[in-house]
Design a protein around this ligand. Structure first.
Ligand code: NAP
Length: 266
């Protein structure tokens, strides 16, 4: 995936400073390639130093301005420090992307309190900590601050077999809608993007490719294919560019029509 997969003008996000959690892998990685290709400066925060440093060096080789900090989003002090590092490095923060998440399939009756707490801590609490730490900088952004959090339609429908992740994503969506109203007077737009199954991600590889269910699962998508990380990056680019100037409090579902196919088949 390269920046040439985007239909936006190459300067659509020129000099915007992006703080993204989990931006070194999967959807986050595809997103930073799209945003970086549109002129944004990228700051990646997640736990594995070797992984984030390798991503920064790959992005730099693509001509994208990139930096990183080790950060576990479950630790509010670590989040504060990572945001401060980003602001010190680039001189500000215009766009926050809450992408980091953890998940594992487990029937709810067998889920331990610790398993439940871990996913809520990463997904929901981590998103709150990042929003809280980024707020003064987003408010000060000369471009108008943006927050985009990654959710899933299964947050709204309920997620049998991963109720912990579904509940966390539903909480994130509610938080985004509250902040869309609370932070509108500060010029900050707050939205969510809900991807369908995205090719080349660990979850889709594990759940559908390795189990031989690719054909069955793509047949449940109206457009007949898994999404790409660029599909999600481009949706986020829309929300963060001036094209999205009148959009706030939205959950943009980017799933090839899968949610409606389920409805039609039920
Ligand atoms: P992924 O590659 O596993 O990305 C998750 C990222 O989160 C990793 O880079 C990981 O980096 C980071 N992370 C995990 N725990 C963290 C923590 N405690 N602190 C900081 N960073 C942490 O998976 P993905 O599929 O691209 O998922 C990205 C987002 O898309 C998630 O919000 C997921 O729920 C959502 N989503 C994915 C799909 C899909 O089809 N893949 C569909 C719907 C929604 P470290 O391990 O280095 O910390």
């Amino acid at each position: 995936m390269t920046a040439s997969d985007t239909p936006f003008s190459p300067n659509a996000l020129k000099d915007r400073i992006v703080f993204i959690t989990g931006g070194a892998t999967g959807i986050g990685r595809g997103t930073v390639e799209v945003l970086g290709g549109l002129g944004a400066k990228i700051f990646i925060a997640s736990r594995k130093q070797d992984v984030i440093e390798a991503a920064v060096s790959d992005l730099t080789a693509l001509g994208i301005d990139a930096a990183c900090a080790v950060c576990d989003v479950r630790d509010p002090d670590a989040v504060e420090r990572a945001v401060a590092e980003c602001v010190e490095w680039y001189g500000g923060l215009d766009i926050l992307i809450n992408n980091a998440a953890g998940n594992f399939p487990c029937p709810t009756a067998e889920l331990s309190p610790n398993g439940w707490k871990t996913v809520i801590d990463i997904d929901l609490n981590g998103t709150f900590y990042c929003c809280r730490a980024a707020y003064p900088h987003l408010k000060a952004s000369e471009h108008g601050g943006r927050v985009v959090s990654i959710t899933t339609s299964l947050g709204r429908s309920g997620w049998p077999g991963a109720a912990h992740a579904g509940a966390a994503k539903a909480g994130i969506l509610s938080l985004m809608r509250a902040l869309a109203v609370e932070w509108a007077p500060d010029g900050i737009l707050v939205n969510a993007v809900a991807p369908g199954p995205i090719a080349g991600t660990v979850g889709v590889d594990k759940l559908y490719i390795e189990t031989g269910r690719e054909k069955e699962m793509t047949s449940r998508v109206a457009l007949g294919r898994f999404g790409t990380t660029a599909d999600i990056g481009n949706a986020i680019a829309y929300l963060c560019s001036s094209a999205g100037n009148y959009v706030t409090g939205l959950e943009m579902v980017v799933d090839g029509g899968r949610q409606w196919t389920f409805t039609a088949n039920s």
